[in-house]
Design a binder for this molecule. Structure first.
Ligand SMILES: [Zn+2]
Length: 212
């Protein structure tokens, strides 16, 4: 698979790290109306190196961390590949979890269990530190690949416990499946990106109107 993405084209419209992680792929709708992992129409995360590049792009990793992690992934390709497979499974669990939440449904229990496993790991790898006049939970080992997923897990927990959770939406675009926080004043945002899915939906309506 092609791993030479143009990362400057990556759109981060989710409003939270965990949502931008979910939005690293477009999810096509199957005939049944549900979105399936098998029908991914575009994919940013093609391997462990792409995952590291993504993390750098969203400023989760410093240039020095990025370099260290890439070196590790190259030295231990099997471990890196294993973690990459887990990352994709984690991402799809997060998608199913937030997709359910966005329509007021209970989350799938297996998806919640996957998040809890990552949270347990993140918790065991972090400690409370005093930083700029307040306490924050900070990961101790920032130089291993899991660090990226620990941070994503922490971001998901923060959002799930935040009153802003009621503003989580799934894009109304047909082949999208992106999740975002609707911070519009009248809570009317329907699309991940008006210029993208919004315009496509408008063009489709226009086409159907003219067809009649
Ligand atoms: Zn969309």
């Amino acid at each position: 698979m092609n791993t030479h993405h143009d990362w400057t084209q990556l759109k981060c419209l989710g409003g939270r790290l965990c949502l931008d992680f979910i939005n690293t792929v477009d999810r096509a709708v199957e005939q049944t109306g549900t979105r399936e992992e098998s029908s991914f129409s575009s994919e940013w995360l093609t391997d462990a190196i792409a995952l590291i590049n993504w993390a750098q792009q969203v400023q989760l990793l410093s240039p020095a961390q990025t370099k260290t992690l890439k070196k590790q992934a190259q030295q231990q390709p099997e471990l890196a590949q294993d973690l990459f497979v887990q990352a994709i499974a984690f991402r799809e669990s997060l998608y199913h979890l937030f997709s359910a939440v966005s329509v007021g449904q209970a989350p799938p229990l297996d998806a919640l269990a996957v998040l809890n496993r990552w949270l347990t790991a993140a918790c065991s790898q972090s400690q409370l530190v005093w930083c700029e006049a307040k306490f924050v939970r900070r990961l101790i080992d920032t130089n291993q690949l899991e660090f990226i997923l620990w941070r994503v897990a922490q971001s998901a927990e923060e959002l799930l416990l935040d009153p802003m959770l009621t503003r989580v939406r799934e894009c109304a675009g047909t082949d999208c499946g992106w999740i975002f926080l609707d911070t519009s004043r009248n809570r009317s945002r329907r699309w991940c990106d008006m210029e993208d899915c919004g315009n496509r939906a408008k063009a489709k309506r226009h086409y159907e109107r003219n067809k009649q």
